[in-house]
Design a protein. Structure first.
Lengths: 785, 156
């Protein structure tokens, strides 16, 4: 559309979502209450691995206010096995996963029995009356020894703790290695993380017994995926299940899941014929909501002495936890193509072994496989620079894809459509004052200052916009990667956009209004966006993997163009003109050369509603749906620079400055994009410095509450300096790339590189995450010993 | 059961409650004031922060019986006749919320902070909000919002 009014895309619109959230008029799942609502509480295993000898719920049933209580065996048949939709290798070992354990518990937190009572306190109390006899079994609790002989088996019947081996190679790595002057081998550890969306999960099911229909409300990122999977798992017909994701308080991948509690609540509401609610406590969430990361990364890089990269070998061991959840095997594989990152090389050898351990299952956490990849390549680039005695930035420049080389097909087989690493880096360096900080660092090192300065670099790219359906099929993922948008032109000229994305903080309502307003030429205020209810948004693939804007937002744009095309036919008829002679600008159809002959799109909407005078045979609707399946991924990139002060006497790490310049293509709403970056960077910094799910030798989660697991508060994080370059994506008409995960992907290596850079003159070569004061102090001590 | 009388957001309620009932559950489950959410069970996250007789408290660490005879203000009692407070406006204008789950607690804690430090430095804002966790924003825009609000109004 061309026009004179200011375009909405690119404007800093304050969010439409905010009004309810700021005034407490929210609709979190736990807020939902209906007449006769019963409450569900879950008894969980206190042991990492044990045989269940006996479960007796009879005493619980005698408690006043207790309606029902069940062991796993009581309900096993109705509940089925929780689904894994991504068995990445043909022979992936996929164990049975009952929502409530039947014969064995396989992690501390595995559900053992459930109680249904009149209120949440009574239900929680009654759990104490459930008697369970366990026979403890040996547990596998370490990724590195999971496959060693003599290690306990998580699933005895499978005969192995190996779930799968996935391999992908390109070029001849051994040949590249043979030509190399330098071969560097490193082992990096991606610690387990607890995603910690601030809203704990909750599920409410309201059954309509007479018709066998169920409405399931869940704090989920994926109402559409969930509906399909609930039908498959429970046998309840899909068209009898309505799934609603009401207000959802953050997800970060942890609500991209089909959880046992969703199945349990649905099946028990069906069995009891009563509405049922389950709300997770935070401590319960720490064991019951899936964890993220959890990989050992063996990396080898081969290079010439001038720094030219020749090849890269990546061998991962990835923790699945006790069971395969929806996407568990695929998470490390999402990173498989990202290890070569922005660098040119001739050979690449990737393999990943998925292993079971007796711990909470692992699945998607912000970035999902790609932060791990970026961490490893950006860490080893720094280590290689140190080995070669060159500036880490110079080494990157020497190897990265130059802006004139796009589109560029990487050794991993991805074709990056666009990018300008030089521009983003130059801008970041200027904001950061790189040379001055390097001078200060040299001075401190020279003086032997007890507080050292370190500079960390991360020049990243990521593949986002998950995902082209054919690619997903090739990767053995069960579903597609398209997204749907539906636009309804109401008789009064107002617009309803129904999206298949399912936002939980990302501001889709505001951004989609901006996109639709531009394409339709209607005021931003006249557009409403609806989502998150399978009865309303009948078609969707939901929100994860930085996919919503690139696929769902573009689908809104395309649907709007279809509306305009349909409206054009009606307008031409009303104006007694040829369609080809009509111009459309700012929501107005006019006849070329006679601008007084005009119809607004709102007038066309009303005329279509009335349908008194439409062309013969024309369908009386200008509403349109567009389902978009992307051809390719999008590739945001950027340069993140971090300066840390490390106190060598206390081990304390202080982030002195953090600068990032990101290229996420065209920006729809600048404050929303910045907000996504801030939050993403915070989570990445937090992996570098603060967070780790720690288990004891028995397999108990030591970091079992928010008092033990350090989620950073405001004083723990720096102020971020953010800026952008804008290289539009060529893969979609809006030129957008996605921004949900970039901050998290980029920031972790920037921080750890900075810490190692500060300590390298003291002999420290690596730091395991999180870089806690104790670990830093220990590393300094060991290096000087 | 214990009889309590509590004024919440301007309305007085009389109820018989179990002595162990948490104030936040009283607000949510008995009064239906679900604007105040529960984010944890160890008083770390601050999502449930309300004002009890003018001071910010985490309502998951207060028993309903302890609020007997007191006045409680929740996020739902801030706006008057549709008119937001300066903090609400500033959170909106600075994009200081994403999913919004921590926002009620964050705003109530920020009110407390501004009462003590009417013109805080950025550092004082960060320290003052230490008891409230946000997983979406990285806090940067929350700090900006509180600073912006401090120049407009300090509510009592």
């Amino acid at each position: 559309m061309t026009g004179t009014t200011e375009r909405e895309v690119g404007r800093a619109r304050p969010r439409k979502e905010d009004a309810r959230l700021l005034t407490g008029q929210t609709n979190w799942t736990d807020n939902i209450s209906v007449n006769g609502l019963l409450h569900l509480a879950i008894l969980r295993s206190p042991m990492a691995h044990a045989r269940i000898d006996r479960v007796d719920v009879s005493a619980a049933l005698e408690r006043p206010g207790v309606i029902a209580a069940f062991s796993g065996r009581d309900v096993a048949e109705e509940m089925g096995s929780l689904p894994c939709a991504w068995p990445v290798a043909e022979d992936t070992v996929v164990p049975d996963h009952p929502p409530i354990a039947v014969d064995e518990v396989r992690y501390a937190g595995d559900p053992v029995a459930v109680v249904v009572a009149r209120d949440r306190y009574t239900a929680a109390d009654a759990l104490e009356a459930v008697e369970v006899d366990y026979t403890p079994l040996p547990a596998a609790l370490d990724i590195e020894t999971a496959l060693a002989e003599g290690t306990a088996l998580v699933h005895t019947d499978k005969g192995t703790n190996r779930s799968y081996v996935y391999r992908a190679t390109s070029g001849d790595y051994e040949a590249a290695k043979a030509q190399a002057d330098v071969v560097l081998t490193r082992r990096y550890h991606q610690q387990r993380l607890i995603p910690t969306a601030i809203e704990p999960r909750a599920v409410v099911v309201t059954p309509l017994a007479a018709s066998g229909e169920f409405t399931l409300y869940s704090s989920t990122q994926v109402p559409h995926v969930l509906r399909v999977m609930l039908a498959v798992t429970t046998g309840i017909p899909e068209n009898k299940i309505r799934v609603v994701a009401p207000d959802v308080g953050g997800g970060f991948g942890s609500k991209l899941q089909v959880y046992g509690e969703e199945v349990i609540t649905l099946v028990l509401a069906k069995r009891l014929g009563r509405p049922l609610k389950w709300t997770e406590s935070r401590s319960e969430a720490h064991v019951a909501t899936h964890h993220g990361r959890g990989q050992v990364q063996d990396i080898e890089v081969a290079a010439r002495s001038d720094g030219t990269l020749l090849g890269l070998r990546v061998s991962l061991t990835a923790d699945m936890g006790a069971y395969l959840m929806l996407l568990s095997p695929g998470i490390p594989i999402l990173g498989a193509s990202m290890y070569p990152a922005i660098y040119k090389m001739g050979a690449y050898d990737f393999s990943c072994t998925g292993v079971f351990t007796n711990r909470t299952p692992i699945d998607a956490y912000r970035g999902a496989g790609r932060p791990e990849a970026t961490f490893a390549i950006e860490r080893i680039m720094d280590d290689l620079a140190a080995e070669l005695g060159t500036d880490p930035l110079e080494l990157r420049r020497h190897n990265w894809i130059r802006h004139e080389e796009f589109p560029y097909t990487t050794i991993a087989g991805l074709t990056y459509d666009s990018g300008n690493y030089e521009a983003a880096t130059d801008k970041a360096l200027a904001l950061f004052d790189y040379d001055k900080l390097r001078a200060e660092q040299a001075d401190r090192n020279h003086r032997g200052d007890t507080v050292r300065l370190g500079i960390g670099i991360s020049t990243y790219t990521e593949m986002c916009g998950l995902a082209p359906s054919r690619w997903l099929g090739e990767m053995r993922y069960a579903a597609g990667g398209w997204e749907a948008a539906n636009i309804r032109m109401l008789p009064t000229g107002k617009v309803e956009v129904v999206t298949g994305t399912s936002p939980h903080g990302q501001g889709h309502v505001t951004s989609w209004c901006q996109i639709a307003a531009d394409a339709l030429g209607v005021p931003f205020e006249d557009v409403e966006v609806m989502h998150g209810d399978t009865r309303l948004a009948t078609h969707g693939m939901d929100t994860y993997g930085s996919r919503s804007l690139v696929i769902g937002g573009v689908a809104v744009h395309e649907a709007a163009l279809k509306v305009v095309a349909k409206a054009r036919r009606v307008a031409a008829h009303l104006l007694e003109a040829n369609e080809a002679d009509l111009e459309f600008a700012d929501g107005v159809f006019s006849v070329k050369g006679s601008p007084e002959a005009r119809k607004t799109i709102q007038e066309v909407a009303f005329e279509t509603f009335a349908s008194h005078d439409l062309p013969d045979g024309l369908e009386p609707s200008i509403n349109a749906e567009h389902v978009l399946d992307p051809d390719t991924f999008s590739y945001p990139h950027g340069t993140h620079l971090c300066a840390v002060e490390v106190d060598t006497e206390t081990g304390a790490v202080h982030i002195r400055s953090y600068v990032c310049v990101d290229d996420v293509g065209k920006v729809v709403n600048p404050p929303i994009v910045e907000g996504q970056l801030h939050g993403g960077i915070a989570q990445g910094i937090s992996q570098a410095l603060y967070e780790e799910a720690v288990y004891d030798e028995e397999g108990n989660l030591v970091t079992g509450t928010l008092a033990d697991y350090l989620v950073p508060a405001a004083p723990d994080l720096p102020e971020f300096v953010t800026d952008r370059t804008e290289t539009p994506a060529t893969s979609n008409p809006l030129g957008v790339k996605g921004v949900g995960e970039t901050g998290t992907i980029a920031s972790t290596p920037a921080v750890v590189n900075a810490v190692v850079d500060a300590l390298r003159p003291l002999g420290v070569k690596d730091m395991r995450m999180p870089c806690t004061p104790e670990r830093v102090w220990q590393a300094v001590k060991e290096a000087s010993a | 059961m214990t009889h309590i009388s509590v004024k919440v957001d301007g309305t007085t309620y009389e109820d018989d409650v179990e002595p162990r009932l948490l104030l936040v559950h009283y607000l949510r489950d008995r009064l239906g004031l679900t604007g105040t959410p529960v984010g944890c069970d160890t008083s770390n996250c601050g999502a449930c922060t309300v004002e009890l007789d003018g001071a910010a408290v985490k309502s998951c660490t207060v028993l309903a019986v302890q609020a007997d005879g007191s006045e409680v203000t929740t996020v739902q009692g801030l706006a008057h006749d549709g008119e937001w407070t300066g903090l609400q406006r500033a959170f909106h204008e600075q994009h200081a919320l994403q999913c919004g789950f921590c926002t009620p607690g964050m705003i109530m804690a920020a009110r407390d902070l501004l009462r003590e430090h009417p013109h805080p430095t950025p550092d004082e804002v960060r320290q003052g909000l230490e008891g409230n966790l946000c997983r979406c924003t990285g806090y940067q825009n929350i700090v900006l919002a509180v600073l912006a609000a401090s120049e407009q109004e300090v509510t009592a």
